[in-house]
Design a protein around this ligand. Structure first.
Ligand code: PAF
Length: 291
C-alpha cells in the first residue's frame, strides 16, 4: 500500500479548493482513491472505504445528495442526512479527506450539460426513473474532475449504475480504475441501503422478499433451469406473496452489457426493484456466482 505518510484528516466543501488539493496530491506522487456517496453511511459504504484504504495513499470520501438524480416525485427532500455521524463512522476506516460540497457549489446557475450513457441508462431503473442515470453520470464525472482519482469504488448493489459508470469512463477516456465491491447484507440477507431507514417494522420483515426472490431464482439456476421467463417467475414468487411489496421490475439480463436475453448461456444478472410500502429498494445477483 502506502509509501507516503498519512495526511491529517480534512474536510473540504469548496469544489475549487478540492480540485487544487487533488492536483497537489497528484504532484506529490500520491495515489488517490475516491468513494463517492450520498452519505447516511452504512456497512456497505464502510466496506468501500476499507477497500479504498488498501488500494491507495489517499482516500477521499465524497458526501453529496445529488439533486439531479432524483425525479420530481422522489425522496430528495427527505433523503436521510447525518454528516457528523458519517464522518465518525468513516474516519476509523482510514478516510483522509471528506469532500462535502453544497448544491450551489456543484451546480452553477443555469447548468445544462449532462452526460447520457444512451443504451445502458434505458432499461431497468431507467424505465421508472427517467433522468436518474444522466444525473448519476454527470455528478460522478464532476466528482472525478474535482478529486482526480486513480481508482474509484462503488457498491455492486447499484449494478446498473456501476455498468454505466464503467462505460462512461471507457467512452470518455477518464483514466480512472473502477472497482465494484460485493453487496453487504444484514444478517438476515437484506441488502444494506440508506433507504432501509424508511422501513416500518412490518415492511422491514417483508423487504426480505427481494433477497428471497434472488435466492429462489439462483436455486432454480443451480438445478439446471436456463429459461429466463422461468427464472424470473421463481424470483417473483416471494415478492408477489408479500402484501406490502409492489414489484417495479424483475429482470434477468446479460451481466456485462445488460442486454435482454431469453436463455442464460453466459454470465447473467438478475436484478429486482420493488416498492416496500413507499420505499423503493433494489437488489441483484449474478446467477451462479457467490451470493
Ligand atoms: O450510489 C450513490 O450513492 C450515488 O448514485 C452516487 C454514485 C454517489 C452519485 O450521486
Amino acid at each position: 500500500m502506502t509509501i507516503a505518510s498519512r495526511l491529517p484528516f480534512e474536510i473540504i466543501r469548496d469544489p475549487a479548493a478540492m480540485r487544487a488539493r487533488a492536483e497537489d496530491l497528484r504532484r506529490d506522487g500520491r495515489r488517490i482513491a475516491v468513494v463517492p456517496t450520498m452519505g447516511y453511511l452504512h456497512d456497505g459504504h464502510l466496506s468501500l472505504l476499507r477497500a479504498a484504504r488498501a488500494a491507495a495513499d489517499v482516500v477521499i470520501l465524497t458526501i453529496f445528495v445529488n439533486p439531479t438524480q432524483f425525479g420530481p416525485s422522489e425522496d430528495l427532500a427527505r433523503y436521510p442526512r447525518d454528516e457528523a455521524g458519517d464522518l465518525a463512522k468513516a474516519r476509523p476506516c482510514g478516510v483522509d479527506l471528506a469532500f462535502c460540497p453544497d448544491v450551489a457549489g456543484m451546480y452553477a446557475p443555469g447548468a445544462q450539460t449532462f452526460i447520457e450513457v444512451r443504451e445502458l441508462q434505458r432499461p431497468m431503473c431507467g424505465e421508472t426513473r427517467p433522468g436518474h442515470f444522466a444525473g448519476v453520470a454527470t455528478i460522478v464525472a464532476k466528482l472525478f474532475h474535482l478529486t482526480q482519482p486513480h481508482v474509484a469504488f462503488f457498491g455492486q448493489k447499484d449494478y446498473q449504475q456501476v455498468a454505466l459508470i464503467r462505460r462512461m469512463v471507457r467512452d470518455l477516456d477518464f483514466g480512472v480504475e473502477i472497482v465494484a465491491c460485493p453487496i453487504v447484507r444484514e444478517a438476515d440477507g437484506l441488502a444494506m441501503s440508506s433507504r432501509n431507514a424508511y422501513l416500518a417494522a412490518d415492511e422491514r420483515a417483508q423487504a426480505l422478499a427481494l433477497s428471497h426472490g434472488l435466492a429462489a431464482a439462483d436455486a432454480a439456476f443451480a438445478a439446471g433451469e436456463r429459461d429466463v421467463a422461468a427464472l424470473i417467475a421463481a424470483a417473483r414468487a416471494p415478492l408477489d406473496a408479500a402484501p406490502a411489496v409492489r414489484v417495479d421490475y424483475v429482470e434477468l439480463r446479460d451481466a456485462d452489457d445488460l442486454t435482454a436475453i431469453t436463455t442464460v448461456t453466459g454470465r447473467a444478472v438478475l436484478a429486482i426493484a420493488a416498492f416496500v410500502g413507499k420505499t423503493r429498494l433494489i437488489d441483484n445477483r449474478v446467477l451462479g456466482a457467490k451470493a
